[in-house]
Ligand binder design. Structure first.
Ligand code: ADP
Ligand code: MG
Length: 728
């Protein structure tokens, strides 16, 4: 018993307590973000070399991938060209000779020498008279290092080799042998999962691949299960002492709103509405997320929620991230609510003093139960005695504190979030396991035809031709420049050199803030170029992040009213606008955007029922970058694109920033492990319904794990905050 407990506690000990880990090695591990024994054991192998399925040189098939094990006969460094180094290894086994060529890895000369036994994994080729592998995966298989027939290969660093990792793992497993299993027994039985200790051993010291696969599944399940419990428990604690509002959902305003609608809700909207209303009527604090692409009809559902709040004698706030969006919501929701007999007002930073005073007074005395607005709603003097609902549009654009501030306008208001960011359900479950979700997939009004075309830089004349033609016909054009590099000079300079640079979307997004200053000049040049050379007879305007709010609004207004015909924008934020005549969009360096972002961007054209064209210009020659963009040509479904994006990127990245919790998922893949995520979510919810505080004796270790999880999350948050404050 004591052993079990000390084995369990050992997980939280510093990694230096593992026998093989000297202080110097502990330091090297710390550089890899491995601080505790747990961190070490959660440093899972990247792959396995299955020596039980190794083939001989003779037995290998040309054109196929395999693992071959042999002895190094000769290893030498060659320099066939200036600045090209390659290491050539001749590898022999009892059946023959395999030539192995490794480009740009001169350090191999220090790692291996003639006589070493190694395993190489890769595709077998045949040329110059020999079977060959180029840049295969190489691993030493010296005696004594290999326990079974399968070699785990852990991510290594320059200072800690994969071979050392295996030694550390062996010692760490020894230290934690017999540790308690946090997963409830019934789940383990139901899914036939090995215990945690057995799973860790099978992952790090595999005996059979089947066993290892089962172990990984178990550990993956545990990851999501703990994440879900953490999210759900945190939420429960937040609302524990709050007296939830039970909204009336079949009152007169709701009925009048329905009667006033110029259309009938689609079946899908009806389902989502009943889900929203279900949460609002329930005796718990609603935390509901409504997901749907632009144009799927979310706003009208928000109007229903606002009407229900009014019917319940409460006040409600509807906050949008920009002035333009707030104004748009007011224009569409306002008349509907008025028709339903619910007074409502628009409050933004631009609202004049007298109007502001009128709105605040009306909101405070209940005569204006609904305010729609921007961050201006967060001001302390925006109050009402009984705020029962807060609706937040594009919630991810607000900080946690801003969302909290809005919710603090009431004692326990229901929260309804709207988002057009296409977050597939399984990802949403891992990011927002504590929220209820509704999805809208169809667009009730359909879309005018829209085409998307990927162009190389050389071909972008086609985009300009199309743009000029549409502008001549009285339509309008958006031109989006992401970051650096829209100026003609820079373009030339970069055309070749930039190819090696990372174009990972997250990097681009991160970089946006930093580069905005440089970017500005480039976009200015671009706008000038367009004005002089492409659209000499029309008005080109520039919208960038450095403009002050009112100036921005003026630029936007001139574009919306048609006074200017071409809008060059350095930021995407301000593009959240309805410009019915905008029918062409050209996105420069489109590979720098995430697919979800591009999809949101293109949603800005063709809003007035006119056919539209989107051109994605990219100088990239990388297959991955281009295949991402091709996906934009192939489908118009934002959720499909998000899935595709996900399959290429790490889970947490899809929203552009790391969300809490998602980074805790090391083994889970949200596109592959859908079923597992759904199950873990359901099981976690069921468990908390039966044992809300995890206080049952059989949940003791589970409760401890969740608490530890929470502590790690908090630490990670703290680091993130520190990082942010350093940056700003
Ligand atoms: P979202 O907020 O999801 O972008 P909106 O609520 O603005 O979408 O709806 C897009 C357009 O579709 C609006 O003009 C809205 O009036 C219209 N609309 C919404 N629901 C329906 C419906 N059931 N039938 C017809 N048109 C609808
Ligand atoms: Mg909307």
């Amino acid at each position: 018993m004591l052993d079990r407990i000390s084995a369990t506690l050992a997980l939280e000990e510093p990694v230096g307590n593992v026998t093989q880990v000297s202080p110097a090695r502990a330091k090297a591990l710390a550089a890899m973000n491995i601080h505790t024994v747990r961190d070490l054991l959660e440093h899972y192998p990247r792959r396995y070399i299955d020596l039980s399925s190794v083939v001989t040189v003779e037995g290998s098939t040309i054109g196929q991938s395999c693992t071959i094990c042999g002895t190094i006969h000769e290893i030498k460094l060659k320099k066939p060209r200036y600045n090209l180094q390659l290491v050539e290894i001749s590898l022999v086994d009892s059946t023959g000779l395999l030539m192995v060529t490794c480009f740009k890895q001169p350090w191999l000369m220090k790692t291996y020498k003639a006589g070493d036994r190694i395993a190489v994994a890769g595709k077998v080729e045949f040329n110059y008279g020999f079977k060959r592998m180029t840049n295969p995966f190489i691993e030493a298989v010296g005696e004594g290092q290999v326990r079974g027939k399968i070699i785990p290969v852990h991510p290594a660093s320059g200072k800690v080799s994969a071979a050392y990792m295996r030694l550390f793992m062996e010692a760490a497993l020894e230290l934690t042998r017999g540790c308690e299993d946090p997963l409830p027994v019934d789940l383990r039985v139901r899914y036939r999962m090995p215990s945690r200790g057995a799973a860790l051993a099978a992952v790090h010291e595999p005996v059979t691949m089947e066993e290892t696969a089962a172990a990984r599944r178990r550990l993956a399940f545990e990851e999501v299960f703990l994440l879900e419990l953490f999210l759900m428990q945190r939420r429960r604690q937040e609302v524990a002492d709050l007296q939830a509002v039970r909204h009336t959902i079949d009152g007169p305003a709701v009925a009048a709103l329905r009667a006033a609608l110029p259309f009938v809700l689609t079946a899908e909207q009806e389902v989502a509405l009943s889900e929203v209303f279900g949460e609002m009527a329930a005796p718990r604090v609603a935390n509901h997320l409504l997901l749907g692409d632009v144009g799927t009809g979310k706003t009208v559902l928000a109007a229903f929620a606002l009407a229900a709040a009014a019917d319940s004698g409460g006040s409600a706030l509807f906050m949008a991230p920009t002035e333009v969006l707030a104004t748009q919501h007011f224009a569409s929701v306002g008349p509907l609510l008025e028709a339903a007999g619910v007074a409502c007002g628009l409050l933004t930073a631009r609202t004049d003093a007298a109007e502001r005073e009128r709105l605040l007074a009306g909101f405070a005395d209940g005569s204006i139960p609904v305010l729609i607005g921007t961050h201006a709603l967060l001001e302390p003097d925006v109050t009402a005695p009984n705020v029962t609902l807060a609706v937040i549009d594009e919630q991810q654009r607000f900080g946690v504190n801003q969302r909290r501030q809005l919710l603090e306008k009431g004692s326990a208001p229901d929260a309804l979030y709207l988002t057009a960011t296409p977050i597939p359900r399984t990802l949403a479950l891992t990011l927002f396991g504590d929220m209820t979700l509704s999805y809208l997939h169809e667009r009730p009004r359909g879309l005018a035809p829209r085409t998307t075309t990927v162009l190389s830089r050389d071909e972008r004349g086609r985009a300009y031709d199309a743009a000029v033609e549409r502008v001549r016909a009285g339509e309008q054009v958006f031109i989006v420049c992401p970051l650096i590099g829209c100026s003609a000079d820079e373009r030339k300079a970069r055309a070749g050199a930039d190819e090696e640079e990372s174009t990972h979307p997250e990097v681009a997004i991160e970089a946006e803030e930093d580069y905005r200053a440089d970017n500005l000049a480039a976009a200015e040049t671009e706008a000038e170029f367009l004005q002089t050379h492409i659209f000499p007879d029309f008005k080109v305007e520039l919208l960038h992040g450095k403009l002050k709010g009112p100036e921005k609004a003026e630029v936007m207004e001139r574009f919306r009213s048609g006074e200017s015909q071409v809008l060059v924008s350095t930021t995407i934020i301000e593009v959240g606008v309805d410009v019915p005549k905008a029918t062409v969009m050209i996105v420069e360096d489109a590979d720098r955007f995430g697919l979800s972002q591009l999809h949101q961007l293109r949603g800005r054209v063709g809003r007035g029922g006119l056919a539209s064209q989107v051109f994605l210009v990219s100088a990239s020659k990388k297959t991955e970058a281009l295949s991402r963009l091709r996906a934009m040509e192939a489908t118009d479904d934002g959720f499909q694109l998000a899935d595709f994006d996900l399959s290429l990127r790490r889970e947490g990245d899809i929203l552009g920033n790391r969300q809490s919790g998602a980074s805790a998922l090391k083994l889970v893949n949200v596109t592959r492990d859908r079923g597992m995520i759904e199950a873990a979510h359901k099981d976690a919810r069921g468990l908390l319904e039966a044992d809300p505080d995890l206080s049952a004796p059989e949940h003791k270790f589970l409760a401890r794990e969740v608490a530890l999880f929470a502590r790690r999350e908090k630490q990670a948050e703290g680091e993130k905050d520190a990082h942010h404050s350093r940056r700003s």
